[in-house]
Design a protein around this ligand. Structure first.
Ligand code: PDD
Length: 285
C-alpha cells in the first residue's frame, strides 16, 4: 500500500510523522475526504479546491497548484489499484519546535492515503437514528480543519446509544451534523442551513442541491429552528462517505411516519445517478 508523503509515493510502513509536526501537536492543518467510485475520484476538483481554500484561510501557503494536487491523488489511486473506496488528504503547517506562534517560512507537510469504505447500506435503506446536541464549536466551521475534538466527542455520544449522527443546534437553530450536512422536508420544501461560517459547505451538499434543482424540488437555504426540525415530515443527512442517509428517529421520537420519506428517497436516487454519470464521464475524458 502506497501513500503520498510530501510529494513522493512511499510504502505506508515507511511513512512517519515527526513528533513536532504542528498538525500532531496543535491540530494545525486542514484535510479532505474524497470518495472513489469505479476507480474515479468523485468531485475531485471541488474537494481539492476546498482543501486549498481551507489552507489559505488559516494562512498555509501551498506551493503546488490545484491541478498538480489532483494529478498526485489520481496517481495514488492508480498506484493502489483502488476501485471503490476513499482518499484522505491532510496538510499541516509543518514541523517546528513547539510554540503557538509560527514562522511563515515553514514547509507544509502533505500526506494522503487510500482506504476501503463500508457503505452504510442498512442506514441508507432503512434509515438511522440521530441525537440532538448543542453546537459548541468555534465560529469557522466553514474551514475543514483538523481540529475535530468537539465533533469527535458528540459523535461518540451518539454512537454509544446506537445513533448514527449527532445533529448540532446553535442558539436554537440547526447547523449541521458532526460529520454531515442536515436537511429537513417541511411542507414539501427541503430546508438546510445556508453556507455560512457556521457549517462546512459539503461537496455532497452542493451536488444534492444540483440534484434537487434538476428534479424540480424546492429548496430553501434558510436556517431552521430545533422545533421546526422536530416537526419535519422527513430528515436526511449527507456526507462523502455516508452519501444520503434518512433520519427516522431523533432523541427517541419518530420523524414523520418513522420510515424514509419519498422526497428523501428521490434525492438519494438522484445522487446515485449523479455518481454514475460523473464517474463514467471522468473515465472517458
Ligand atoms: N466529513 N459537515 C462536517 C462537519 C463534516 O465533517 C462533513 C464531512 C460534512 C459533509 O461534507 P462533504 O459532503 O464534503 O463530505 C459536513 C468528512 C466526510 C469526514 O470528516 O470524514
Amino acid at each position: 500500500m502506497k501513500v503520498l508523503y510530501n510529494g513522493d509515493f512511499i510504502e505506508k510502513k515507511d511513512a512517519h510523522v515527526d513528533i513536532e509536526d504542528r498538525g500532531y501537536q496543535f491540530g494545525d492543518g486542514v484535510y479532505e475526504v474524497i470518495r472513489v467510485y469505479n476507480g474515479t475520484l468523485f468531485t475531485l476538483k471541488e474537494h481539492t479546491e476546498r482543501l486549498f481554500k481551507s489552507a489559505k484561510e488559516i494562512g498555509i501557503h501551498l506551493q503546488s497548484t490545484v491541478s498538480d494536487m489532483e494529478e498526485k491523488l489520481k496517481q495514488l489511486v492508480t498506484e493502489n489499484q483502488l476501485t471503490d473506496g476513499g482518499v484522505y488528504i491532510q496538510v499541516t503547517r509543518g514541523v517546528a519546535p513547539r510554540k503557538h506562534q509560527y514562522a511563515e517560512s515553514l514547509t507544509p507537510k502533505i500526506t494522503a492515503y487510500t482506504f476501503q469504505v463500508k457503505k452504510p447500506v442498512l442506514e441508507q435503506t432503512a434509515g438511522a437514528k440521530a441525537l440532538l446536541s448543542e453546537d459548541l464549536r468555534w465560529l469557522r466551521c466553514d474551514i475543514k480543519s483538523l481540529n475535530l475534538l468537539y465533533n469527535v466527542m458528540e459523535k461518540q455520544k451518539a454512537s454509544e446509544v446506537g445513533a448514527f449522527e449527532a445533529i448540532l443546534v446553535r442558539d436554537g437553530f440547526v447547523t449541521e451534523g458532526t460529520s454531515s450536512n442536515v436537511y429537513a422536508v417541511i411542507d414539501g420544501v427541503i430546508r438546510t442551513h445556508p453556507a455560512t461560517n457556521l457549517i462546512l459547505n459539503g461537496i455532497t451538499r452542493r451536488k444534492l442541491l444540483e440534484v434537487c434543482a434538476q428534479q424540480g424540488c424546492s429548496v430553501d437555504e434558510t436556517r431552521m429552528s430545533k422545533e421546526e426540525l422536530l416537526r419535519a415530515q422527513e430528515i436526511f443527512i449527507s456526507s462523502t462517505t455516508a452519501e444520503v442517509v434518512p433520519i427516522i428517529e431523533i432523541d427517541g421520537q419518530p420523524v414523520g411516519e418513522g420510515v424514509p420519506g419519498e422526497i428523501t428517497k428521490r434525492v438519494q436516487q438522484g445522487f446515485q445517478e449523479k455518481i454514475k454519470q460523473e464517474s463514467k464521464a471522468s473515465i472517458s475524458s
